[in-house]
Design a protein around this ligand. Structure first.
Ligand SMILES: Nc1nc2c(ncn2[C@@H]2O[C@H](COP(=O)(O)OP(=O)(O)OP(=O)(O)O)[C@@H](O)[C@H]2O)c(=O)[nH]1
Ligand SMILES: [Mg+2]
Length: 203
């Protein structure tokens, strides 16, 4: 098992948010908190250091994390560049990555990813139908290999994972936890769904 002091958490919030009008998605209000705040709640206290990977609004993100890191190479090269930047920045042997736009992730995400990685170097969340490559646990010693891969022009996360000893972590009991908000409509829909569910619980 990976002890907490060997694990860094990182929330990926470095995208352009084009499908949300170019807004900084992690800072978008959702159910009373910026989106990133919901993901912070899933990770805090379970990692040695919490990083947020952001390419804009570093001051706003600083409130939510121990450290805010920008991409090693600018120009919005995609989430694989964000993962690389986290592997470089982490001071621990392991990095757990989660995206800023999935506010319903399970509360026990960290424990499940740690339990699921076994002897592998990379563990990726699987919802029973799809893999979620931006929900992953990785050995930080992979940084040099990823640098070489990025310099070849590779941008697909799963193609890089496939070069390594990786495994799926089965989360097919909670597929809705991986709801990913790309548009304003998706955000409003999930917000009202959650409000309806909590309304039912409290009455
Ligand atoms: N570091 C970094 N992260 C990125 C980059 N592009 C996307 N991401 C992150 O990867 C995750 C999934 O990306 P998308 O859902 O496509 O988010 P996005 O790129 O902001 O949104 P679109 O522009 O609408 O595609 C989110 O957590 C983003 O913050 C990037 O260039 N650099
Ligand atoms: Mg994108």
């Amino acid at each position: 098992m990976i002890p907490t002091h060997e694990l860094t958490g990182m929330i990926l919030a470095g995208g352009e948010g084009r499908r949300m009008g170019g807004r900084d998605k992690g800072l978008e209000p959702f159910a009373g908190l910026p989106l990133v705040g919901h993901v912070v709640k899933r990770l805090e206290g379970q990692v040695a250091e919490l990083l947020i990977n952001a390419n804009r609004n570093a001051d706003a993100y600083r409130f939510f994390a121990d450290r805010v890191i920008a991409d090693e190479e600018g120009g919005f090269k995609g989430p694989l560049m964000g993962i690389y930047s986290g592997l470089r920045a982490a001071k621990t042997p392991w990095l757990l990555v989660a995206p800023c736009d999935s506010p319903a992730l399970p509360d026990n995400l960290v424990a499940r990813m740690v339990a699921g990685v076994g002897d592998h170097d990379i563990a990726v969340a699987f919802d029973g139908e799809r893999l979620h490559p931006v929900v992953a646990l990785l050995r930080t010693s992979l940084a040099d290999d990823l640098a070489a891969t990025l310099s070849e022009g590779e941008r697909k996360i799963d193609r890089w994972y496939a070069r390594h000893a990786w495994c799926k972590v089965d989360m097919s009991d909670c597929p809705d936890a991986f709801a990913n908000l790309n548009t304003e409509e998706e955000k409003l829909r999930l917000e009202s769904l959650l409000a309806a569910v909590s309304g039912k619980v409290s009455t």
